[in-house]
Write a protein that binds this ligand. Structure first.
Ligand SMILES: [Zn+2]
Length: 385
């Protein structure tokens, strides 16, 4: 069935379909740091598309550096086949299925257009619906079926299975979601050794090593916002994916686990404080900004202590750079911006959506430095531009 035609048919973009999107799609394979910028920074028509497994500007793997196999306790997992240095692009895969937001309620049609082999791969991915959401979804589907029995002909259980896989494995793209396959096999840790993201520029899911990884080591990414106390993380993981995390940060009685819990609570407090300062536009608040600068530096240091080396760290460094820029310290801003760009390149590659913006910020900083005349803070743009 033609999807466009289906979209134009009897089902309007009702409150029900909005419910469907809200219930089906969340940030299952995106971290907040990556999400924060990518939508507004997508630039259509400037794609540097690359073929699967071929090198990007970052340098991708010509052969698979990983294998999927049983973990013993967590089902399937992804393991390094050889030593992988930090910054290596380990995965660069297209999606099995793309769903534009406007066609969200027709995801089953897109699914049935896949080859039988790809349908089987898709359905082999983990998919789970929290019970309450499942009940609402059943109600939504019954309404859809009543309105258009032909279009929603498959049994409700089949719809729910497809939706559950989307819910548990989707990456947000600039105009909807994508469901890659191998990425869906990477298990979670609150202390990830890889960073994954959907790259709108090349329309691929990429996974990079954020630390040196030994041969045989499991690749672990984070599914969740890391600035949460342990109980909150565990509760969310259990509800959303049906498992409890057993990483070092989730061991309450270990020395590291105790220190981690304190750090994450502090990180959460600092983040709230910084978010409340992000929209400062007047440098009359210079004193407050210096407080924000100290907080932003503490935030970055705590991330390093905790062992979080993914895009969150790049964002933290960039925050310090921006605050310094606002305070009229371009030289110091340049140092932090350089660190931010090094981490961002290691986590997502230089072809990632927002990298050129970071380059533009750096160029602006360098221009200010070469002029040797840091403008007065009040002449500079606000922290988040
Ligand atoms: Zn954990």
């Amino acid at each position: 069935m033609d999807v466009k035609k289906a979209a134009d048919s009897t089902i309007d973009d009702t409150e029900l379909s909005k419910n469907l999107e809200d219930l089906t799609v969340d940030d299952s394979h995106e971290t907040k740091a990556a999400n924060g910028k990518k939508r507004k920074n997508h630039r259509g028509g400037q794609k540097k598309r690359q073929k699967d497994g071929q090198t990007s500007s970052q340098g991708a793997a010509p052969v698979k550096l990983y294998e999927v196999r049983e973990t013993g306790s967590k089902g399937l997992g992804v393991f390094a086949k050889c030593a992988i240095p930090r910054g290596t692009r380990i995965m660069c895969e297209p999606a099995l299925l793309y769903i534009e937001t406007a066609y969200m309620q027709f995801m089953h049609i897109l699914f049935y257009k896949l080859s039988p082999a790809d349908q089987a791969k898709f359905l082999s991915l983990h998919g789970i619906f929290p019970k309450a959401q499942k009940t609402i979804m059943e109600k939504v589907l019954r309404t859809f079926k009543a309105e258009d029995p032909m279009l929603f002909a498959p049994p409700i259980e089949d719809h729910l299975r497809i939706m559950a896989v989307v819910k548990s494995n989707s990456c947000r793209t600039h105009n909807g979601v994508a469901i890659p396959y191998d990425l869906g096999r990477i298990n979670h840790s609150c202390l990830p050794n890889v960073h994954h993201v959907w790259n709108n520029m090349i329309e691929r899911a990429t996974v990079h090593a954020v630390q040196d990884i030994a041969a045989g080591q499991e690749l672990l990414t984070t599914y969740i916002e890391f600035c949460q106390p342990r109980a909150q993380r565990q509760s969310y993981l259990l509800q959303r994916w049906g498992f409890r995390c057993g990483c070092q940060a989730c061991k309450p009685s270990s020395t590291f686990g105790k220190a981690s819990e304190k750090r994450r609570k502090r990180l959460s407090d600092i983040r709230k404080f910084l978010e409340s300062r992000k929209h400062i536009t007047s440098m009359k608040a210079r004193t407050s900004d210096e407080t924000a600068l100290a907080a932003a530096i503490e935030f970055a240091e705590l991330l390093q202590e905790e062992g979080i080396h993914n895009m969150e760290l790049a964002t933290a460094y960039e925050d310090v750079a921006n605050i310094n820029l606002n305070l009229g310290n371009p030289k110091v801003a340049g140092e932090w911006q350089g660190r931010a760009m090094e981490v961002a390149a290691a986590c997502a590659g230089t072809d990632y959506d927002t990298y050129s913006e970071s380059e533009a910020t750096m160029a602006k900083i360098q221009q200010l430095m070469s002029q040797g005349q840091a403008r007065k803070p009040s002449d500079l743009p606000p922290v988040d531009g």
